[in-house]
Write a protein that binds this ligand. Structure first.
Ligand SMILES: Cc1ncc(COP(=O)(O)O)c(C=O)c1O
Length: 355
């Protein structure tokens, strides 16, 4: 830390992204990326004449992309904002809807960036522990004044709240905003986008990083009442008006348009997830009923840390999570069928070595 760093942030613990090792080639199952390449339409779009226009700033309103998303989700363009990854949408939401006495409330086991935004912006946080079975207790989110952040399906566990429960939380108090982070919703969750028409205090956050194979393009979005979106745009124009570059914008429009490839990828992940889950359960693992593109798994015979490092030695990278309550678990991103077959073969070797 330099002597110039503001003391306000001296205790800030930044978010730690999953490992991106360069030392060797791993089967990478640690950051919930898609194992499938982007759609061919995306490849065509980014190699098109748009590349020749990189000397010009992009459309600061990302109009065409917002329109494509609006059509896809059955809302108006004014209900959509596009962001540099959904991390940026979250950053804008924490800045816009918390502070001045209004704190943020979220689960203890959830996306690890939420507490970091609180610390970055000086927002008071209220942590609502998930239950012993790792599910979110909806009643904890009712009757509290804080802005609520719920990842649904939840990060790390993949467990999902049904739409009526989200509606109950949102409808219980229209004086505070509820942010539903739907990064993983396409893999079997229930999206609450439709509720945004009736609830002006509901903000949905989405990403192209998972189901649309564009983690490297950095593209996210938020959908909500036009006033909420206008607030987010006020923050965006005060921070980074050209937040979506031309190539990512073209990629995003093409990705939304290729509904066939999207469905193919999502269905394959759901199928491989079910088979991997059953294979792990058969081998004595506890595995959450995840609706994300990942599984959270633990086996009493071996610690999470040991399993993680044995798998890493064998060339399979999974995620060990910092949360104390799930320290005996590993989080496994769903890859291709071949990758998951290799994972299971490695698990068999490791478990066999224990007896
Ligand atoms: C729940 C959740 N929300 C948001 C994000 C951020 O994704 P991105 O910034 O790539 O859109 C992630 C990333 O893994 C996540 O797990």
């Amino acid at each position: 830390m330099s002597i110039y760093f503001t003391p306000d942030l001296s205790a800030l613990k930044p978010y730690v992204p999953g490992e991106q090792p360069k030392d060797r080639k791993y089967i990478k199952l640690n950051t919930n990326e898609s194992p499938f390449p982007p759609s061919q339409e995306v490849i065509k779009a980014v190699c098109s004449e748009e590349a020749l226009r990189l000397n010009l700033y992009p459309d600061p309103d990302a109009g065409e992309l917002c329109e494509a998303l609006a059509q896809r989700y059955g809302v108006s363009k004014e209900n959509v904002i596009c962001t540099n990854g959904s991390d940026e949408a979250l950053a804008f939401a924490f800045r816009a809807f918390c502070g001045s006495g209004r704190g943020a409330a979220f689960a203890d086991i959830t996306y690890g960036f939420y507490p970091v935004y609180c610390d970055l912006y000086g927002i008071k946080r209220t942590i609502l522990p998930v239950q012993d079975d790792l599910t979110i207790k909806a009643d904890d989110y009712i009757g509290i004044p804080e802005t609520v952040f719920i990842a649904n399906p939840n990060a790390q566990t993949g467990l999902s709240l049904p739409l009526d429960v989200i509606e109950k939380i949102v409808g219980s108090d229209k004086n505070r905003v509820v942010v539903a982070d739907e990064a993983y919703v396409d893999f079997g969750g229930e999206s609450a986008v439709g509720l945004t028409k009736r609830y002006p205090n509901l903000l949905i956050i989405g990403t192209f990083s998972k189901s649309r194979s564009l983690a490297g393009g950095r593209l996210g979005f938020a959908i909500g009442d036009r006033e909420l979106i206008s607030d987010l745009n006020t923050v965006r124009y005060s921070f980074h008006p050209y937040n979506i570059n031309r190539l990512t914008m073209a990629a995003g429009i093409a990705a939304v348009g290729d509904t066939g490839y999207f469905a193919e990828c999502v269905n394959e992940i759901i199928k491989v997830r079910a088979m991997t889950r059953q294979a792990l359960i058969k081998r004595g693992f506890d595995v959450t009923d995840s609706r994300g593109n990942f599984l959270l798994a633990a086996n009493k015979k071996i610690s999470g840390r040991e399993l993680y490092s044995r798998l890493k030695d064998m060339g399979v990278l999974v995620r060990l999570l910092p949360d104390d309550r799930i320290k005996d678990h590993i989080r496994i991103t769903i890859g291709t069928q071949d990758q998951m077959d290799t994972l299971i073969r490695c698990v068999d070797v490791i478990l066999k070595g224990l007896v």
